[in-house]
Design a protein around this ligand. Structure first.
Ligand code: SF4
Length: 97
């Protein structure tokens, strides 16, 4: 895995097709992840608005980087993708090296 440096801007998205709805991500980082009424997890923007388009990305707040990365590593559906904004390399999630 190509570990992100502390200054890398990170983004995160959820593949709802694989989400099991268990809520682990919402427990880890409720500022970033939330359930929609379909029972699946979606990301939120910096203002706390739920982004309901499947697969849409949001920025990872600096103070929540570890929580979001841990959520991606432990997501039972393997469907949280954390990518480095500068080059789209996945740094945590099923497509990380
Ligand atoms: S941890 Fe993964 S599978 Fe579980 S609710 Fe979040 S995105 Fe869905």
């Amino acid at each position: 895995m190509s570990a992100p440096t502390e200054t890398d801007e990170l983004q995160v998205w959820v593949d709802q097709d694989l989400c099991t709805g268990d809520g682990l991500c919402v427990q880890y980082a409720p500022e970033v992840f939330e359930f929609d009424i379909d029972g699946l997890a979606y990301v939120k923007d910096s203002g706390g608005e739920l982004l309901q388009s499947p697969g849409v990305r949001t920025g990872v707040p600096e103070r929540l980087r570890l929580e979001v990365i841990d959520a991606a590593k432990e997501c039972p559906g393997d469907c949280i993708h954390v990518v480095r904004a500068s080059d789209d390399v996945e740094v945590a999630g099923p497509d990380a090296d």
